[in-house]
Design a protein around this ligand. Structure first.
Ligand code: AMP
Ligand code: MG
Length: 430
């Protein structure tokens, strides 16, 4: 396996939106503005590696793949039936043709189909010379060595042409594609067993908070178990990045500084959760501003208001809020596409958004985008959405129960029972 990692482009000082005097930088943003700032700031990692195609699943293709030959390589039959010459067939009556041979997939008929002749063909068999059309076996009558073809056949029916799937010399997959199951199958159909993919993004992540307990000990009074590191682990694993799990860091400036420095030396991206609001123990702000360039945003969203974005050394920092639902919402709505861009994914996937009736009313504050958690369900064949229980930003069970976000736009007002709302499903096919 070849692994080549080239250093990423050097940066020319902090961009305008990151300032040492972070509190005075742009502070209140909507989702679109925040995403735009990220996209302008971030660029893809530049290294690549060659991997066997099975390991290329969910990786980002580094270069265009050009088809080395036609797929299918030969014009062949799409059905089990009889290969015929359309010119032989009567437009109005049944036509009798004599069967002169059989073509199997992988075992072609070597002769020529002449006037008044047919060849029995199986699906995938190379179309015999002379024939141009395949008649499915279900609609013919066979007697001795003759086949009777009813009128009404279409020229060229049931024939798959060479190169109709992938044409030789044409791009089969474009650089930037995140490879799915169909893509690795397609590479296999081209006989390609190894591809160049962008190197994995390295993401260091940790939770912050004196009250946050790791799972290996009983809870003390006032503590909560660290769930954020597990939800982030799940999301990041699915995203296909290299994880550097740095555990829980206490609300202690020295410990946080140490963790941030360590993370910035190893990772392309640092993700933290908690400590970015304005409480007395929220040190992530202060420290990142001192160690690098960072700005703190009050996003016009619910849940998930505070978010830090900046840079420490070569690593980009996303300081996510602490509340378990807010972490997931800000990650999915703001950070996920930013990370995909750094991974080299281009174009970014369109997020599915469609309208369904909501079966209950939902309160909404003006001028902010809200992401209540919903359950899409089929009501006698009509898809509808209902709220997934209590909507507090710490209520992780609402995320667990939900299968979609309900997206209430900035300029929208409260939802009444039966109103159409936008929904964004969590999952597609597996
Ligand atoms: P913070 O943003 O640090 O003020 O945290 C906001 C809320 O989220 C607090 O109630 C925290 O206890 C909670 N919280 C922060 N980090 C975590 C975590 N890793 N797991 C579960 N809850 C957390
Ligand atoms: Mg905290």
């Amino acid at each position: 396996m070849v692994v080549l990692v080239t250093p990423d482009a050097t940066h020319n000082g902090p961009p305008a939106y990151l300032s040492k005097n972070s509190m005075s930088s742009k502070s209140s943003l909507n989702v679109a503005e925040a995403r735009q700032i990220l996209f302008d700031a971030l660029s893809p990692v530049t290294g690549w590696e060659a991997v066997p195609i099975r390991r290329a699943l969910d990786r980002i293709l580094f270069n265009d793949v050009v088809a080395p030959f036609d797929v299918p390589a030969h014009t062949n039959s799409a059905m089990d039936g009889y290969a015929v010459r359309i010119g032989d067939l009567s437009a109005t009556d049944e036509t009798r043709l004599s069967i002169v041979g059989t073509a199997f997939a992988g075992n072609a008929f070597s002769g020529l189909v002449g006037a008044g002749q047919a060849v029995r063909v199986m699906t995938g068999a190379v179309l015999p010379h002379g024939a141009d059309t395949v008649v499915v076996q279900e609609c013919v009558r066979v007697e001795d060595n003759a086949v009777f073809i009813p009128a009404g056949q279409e020229p060229g029916q049931n024939v798959r042409h060479a190169g109709e799937d992938l044409a030789r010399g044409k791009p089969a997959l474009a650089a930037g594609k995140r490879l799915g199951p169909a893509d690795i199958g397609l590479l296999a159909s081209l006989g390609i067993g190894e591809v160049m993919v962008r190197r994995c993004l390295r993401v260091a992540f940790f939770s912050t908070g004196d009250e946050i307990a790791s799972l290996n000990r009983p809870l003390r009074p006032g503590e909560v178990y660290d769930s954020n590191r597990y939800t982030l682990y799940g999301i990041l694993t699915r995203l296909g990045v290299d994880l550097i799990d740095m555990g829980v860091v206490r609300d202690d400036p020295a410990a946080l500084e140490q963790a941030l420095k360590e993370a910035s030396e190893q990772a392309d991206v640092i993700l933290t959760s908690g400590g970015v609001s304005v409480g007395d123990a929220d040190y992530v702000r202060e420290l990142t501003a001192r160690l690098g360039d960072v700005s703190f945003w009050k996003l016009n969203i619910k849940p998930g208001r505070p978010l830090a974005f900046g840079r420490i050394g070569k690593a980009w920092l996303f300081g996510l809020p602490g509340n378990p639902v807010a972490v997931m919402v800000t990650f999915y709505q703001i950070a996920a596409d930013a990370l995909l861009k750094m991974m080299g994914c281009d174009p970014l996937p369109d997020r599915v958004l469609f309208k369904v009736p909501c079966v209950s009313g939902i309160d909404k504050s003006p001028a902010r985008r809200e992401f209540p958690r919903g359950v899409l369900f089929s009501d006698d064949g009509v898809w509808k959405v209902q709220l997934a229980g209590s909507q507090g930003s710490g209520v992780l069970s609402s995320m667990s129960r939900a299968n979609c976000f309900i997206v209430l736009p900035e300029n929208g007002s409260a939802v009444a029972e039966g109103d159409l709302v936008d929904v964004q499903p969590f999952d597609g096919l597996i």
